[in-house]
Design a protein around this ligand. Structure first.
Ligand code: ISL
Ligand code: CA
Length: 563
């Protein structure tokens, strides 16, 4: 496969509202990021993906955009943004912006005009339909609960919103709308952005007729994903976007694509024929969801290592030599990785390092979510009043008020799955509000900030942060980490996830004990070697140790180079 910068890069995701507040209003901002650029440079990341910073009424924290070509005043100005970009480029860091074009805010001027008149050219920018027998045009459920349809009194029609009612879906069938989006993308690209992360990009094409979803549960509204995920014109739209915009720049694109198979993944990211460079698949995020549930983050389910192995191995093997994977263990919509897949108690440091090893040693571009590099954990706020996320608040209301679920049971799901787990402010130091703000933070800080914070990490040579630095350095000096072939070994092992990466005459052996209990490792005969060299480990390891047979300690992780 071709060697390119975005395969060799490590990406760091910033959720600006929670990163660093420069002016004491309790809200993270662009000048706050500017102040912390040396921190990012010290970590060693090559690219930053910045979550939305555009003008927005913040119904969904910036994923509801009212002006694509301006900055949200709470975050700063376009001039601040230019300074941020320049500061990144000076440090050799590229910038990926979030492209949210499945929907806008209902406060976007396009929607205001669309709503104002059925005769307006903007009417066709959105998806308006008549009701059916006094009810919604179809039975689809919104990701955030309730119907996807909102009634508009003035025009006596409904508009479609897959997310909140303040996020009306754009009508991609309309060529004029598409042209406006491409013009907006050119505007950012001419300013020097290095790529886009494309929000729910595989939902932009809806099936003609918007048919009712099959009645699977007893609920009034049903998940209609089969009619809007990977829809009929998706590839056509993306091909056009590539032809009209992306092909003219050396940029990277990553599609956020829930519910894709590896076949979709290959089609979307194929080196010659695909229209995107890589994508975020969600299968490994589903291993702790109730298999019967259709909407995510609404259930708790014990996950098994064998499911993780199976999902990740399928993506590794199927895309090999064809498309490109991106790797992530958390993001701004997910619980914290160490709480979900590791141990956020006694073995927090060990298990965070194990997960970091896993993330960086897989084939694909790693994405680090802010705070992951210091092992930030989930939070258990006692009251629903402490939560800010629209999805979390809707789930609580739906469970407790509509379905009569006990508040404690609803809170247990929220503690495990709420998006706010990842949105508490970055813990910079042990001072008030974790040094995030001198004011009152928009969401409370995690009470464990006195122990877990950046200052502590920077002063400790054995910190999780130092371990991430080491992994990133290894990637720079070992092309096998980027380009090597992945093979799973010890497939049936219940505690250990082990695999190899092979490239030219070299092989890496990755051993990960995903358990609190010591676990026995046996090197299978298909991995012969003459010499071994330890590249990284999260415990001290004796050089003379025989790696053909050994016992891995709690959450122990090691990487060897074999020759
Ligand atoms: O998993 C999902 C479907 O299985 C959901 O995670 C869904 O794909 C996800 O919520 C989409 O996320 C993105 O778009 C949303 C926004 O709220 C999220 O923050 C963003 O990442 C609407 O723009
Ligand atoms: Ca601020």
């Amino acid at each position: 496969m071709k060697q390119t910068w975005w395969k060799e890069s490590v990406v760091y995701q910033i959720y600006p509202r929670s990163f660093y507040d420069s002016n004491g209003d309790g809200i993270g901002d662009l000048r706050g990021i500017i102040e912390k650029l040396d921190y990012l440079a010290a970590l060693g990341v090559d690219v930053v993906w910045l979550c939305p910073v555009y003008r927005s009424p913040n119904d969904d924290n910036g994923y509801d955009i009212s002006d694509y070509q301006d900055i949200m005043p709470e975050f700063g100005t376009l001039l601040d943004w230019e300074e941020l970009l320049a500061g990144m480029h000076q440090r050799g860091i590229r910038l990926i912006m979030d492209l949210v074009v499945n929907h806008t805010s209902d406060e976007h001027p396009w929607f205001a005009q669309s709503r104002a008149s059925k005769e307006s050219a903007y009417r066709e920018y959105y998806i308006w339909r008549d009701g059916q027998d006094g009810r919604e045009p179809n039975n689809w459920a919104s990701f955030f609960g309730g119907s996807v349809w909102q009634y508009d009194d003035a025009s006596a029609q409904y508009y479609l919103h897959l997310f909140s009612k303040k996020q009306p879906d754009l009508n991609w069938e309309n060529p004029q709308l598409r042209a406006e989006i491409y013009a907006m993308m050119h505007w950012w690209l001419r300013k020097g952005v290095d790529g886009f992360r494309m929000d729910v990009i595989n939902m932009i094409s809806k099936a003609p007729g918007l048919p009712d979803a099959p009645q699977v549960t007893g609920d009034r509204y049903q998940f209609g994903g089969q009619y809007f995920i990977n829809g009929p014109r998706l590839h056509e739209f993306l091909a056009e976007m590539k032809r009209e915009v992306l092909s003219k720049y050396d940029v990277v694109t990553v599609g956020e694509t829930p519910m894709v198979t590896t076949e979709h993944g290959i089609a979307l990211t194929h080196e010659e024929l695909g229209h995107l460079n890589m994508l975020f698949q969600f299968e490994h995020m589903g291993i702790d969801e109730d298999p019967g549930a259709t909407l995510s983050r609404r259930s708790i389910w014990p996950w098994r290592l064998r499911d993780l192995k199976q999902v990740m191995t399928r993506w590794q093997k199927d895309l090999a030599g064809k498309g490109w994977n991106s790797q992530y263990l958390t993001n701004h919509d997910m619980p914290r990785a160490v709480s979900r897949f590791g141990d956020d108690g006694q073995y927090r440091v060990e298990s965070a390092k194990l997960l970091a090893t896993f993330l960086h040693m897989l084939h694909g571009t790693p994405y680090i979510y802010q705070g992951e590099e210091i092992g930030m954990t989930n939070v258990k706020f006692p009251s629903i009043q402490d939560y800010r996320d629209i999805e979390t608040l809707n789930i609580y209301r739906e469970f407790v008020e509509d379905k009569g679920v006990a508040p404690e049971a609803a809170m247990a799901i929220i503690h495990a799955k709420s998006r706010d787990n990842a949105r508490t402010p970055i813990q910079w130091d042990a001072s008030a509000h974790a040094g995030f703000t001198t004011g009152t933070p928009w969401i409370k800080v995690n009470p464990n900030y006195e122990e877990i914070n950046v200052q502590q990490a920077l002063n400790d040579p054995n910190s999780i942060f130092a371990y991430y630095q080491q992994l990133i350095r290894l990637r720079k000096s070992n092309p096998i980490i980027v380009y090597g072939t992945y093979d799973l070994i010890l497939e049936e092992h219940e505690q250990i996830y082990a695999f190899t990466r092979s490239w030219q005459a070299e092989r890496l052996l990755i051993m990960l004990n995903f358990s609190k209990d010591p676990s026995d490792f046996m090197l299978p005969p298909e991995v012969p070697f003459a010499t071994k060299e330890l590249l990284i480990s999260n415990y001290a390891v004796a050089a003379a140790e025989d790696i053909r047979q050994l016992t891995l300690r709690a959450f122990e992780a090691r990487v060897y180079r074999l020759r």
